[in-house]
Ligand binder design. Structure first.
Ligand SMILES: NC(=O)c1ccc[n+]([C@@H]2O[C@H](COP(=O)([O-])OP(=O)(O)OC[C@H]3O[C@@H](n4cnc5c(N)ncnc54)[C@H](OP(=O)(O)O)[C@@H]3O)[C@@H](O)[C@H]2O)c1
Length: 187
């Protein structure tokens, strides 16, 4: 399997959320995320899962990380509770890491993804959101040190997306081709 982290961070401060929300609404970024993860297996934290409309994302299998052994998902056929992330160590298919911050950090530290789809939002954060800013500075530091950028920059709506591969990791060309298409396709 290939583990692929997919995030969109705000430039300079690396904020990815405020409280439970992503503090921007950039339809092209959302579409890119949907294209990349369509019909795929994704892992996310309980907070991020709760923020999905109706606690679901259609056409995906969702692995929800929570320490709560009694946690109930909204769709028992397609969503699965994971209490120990090491259970995903020998996952048989590609696995998309979809946040939030605690999950990106846990994977970067303990089970680093081979590939990162790094989107950097250059727009101002505007609007009112309640809660504390959530950032992934630590993940970006690790990315800069342990990964190399393998794609050009793709710009859309003032968001720059690049592909990074962990140094020394062998990544199947098909995965990189698939991601490149999913990033550059416009619909
Ligand atoms: N911009 C982006 O690309 C992007 C993407 C996704 C999310 N976000 C944002 O990120 C923010 C949420 O991040 P967050 O860090 O607060 O929450 P989160 O990572 O979505 O979820 C945190 C929860 O996950 C569970 N968890 C964390 N680590 C675990 C582990 N090692 N094993 C088992 N369970 C674990 C815990 O659930 P329990 O408390 O139930 O035990 C924890 O409270 C929101 O603002 C969201 O909008 C941004």
């Amino acid at each position: 399997m290939t583990k692929i982290a997919v995030w969109c961070r705000h430039e300079h401060d690396c904020i990815i959320g405020i409280g439970p929300n992503i503090p921007w609404n950039i339809p092209s970024d959302l579409k890119r995320f949907r294209r990349i993860t369509s019909h795929a297996d994704i892992v996310c934290g309980q907070t991020t899962y709760e923020s999905f409309p109706n606690r679901t994302l259609p056409n995906r299998q969702i692995y929800v990380l929570t320490f709560n052994t009694g946690y109930e998902v909204s769709d028992k056929d397609n969503h699965f509770v994971i209490n120990d992330m090491m259970q995903l160590q020998n996952f048989p298919r590609n696995l998309y890491i979809a946040g939030g911050a605690s999950i990106y950090k846990a994977f970067m530290r303990q089970m680093p993804p081979e590939v990162i789809v790094d989107s950097c939002n250059h727009n101002e954060i505007s609007g009112t959101y309640s809660g504390n800013p959530v950032d992934i500075k630590e993940c970006i530091d690790i990315m800069m040190q342990d990964y190399e950028q393998v794609s050009p920059e793709y710009n859309e709506d003032n968001v720059t997306t690049t592909l990074w591969v962990r140094k020394g990791a062998l990544v199947n060309d098909d995965v990189l081709r698939y991601l490149t298409l999913a990033i550059t396709e416009e619909k």
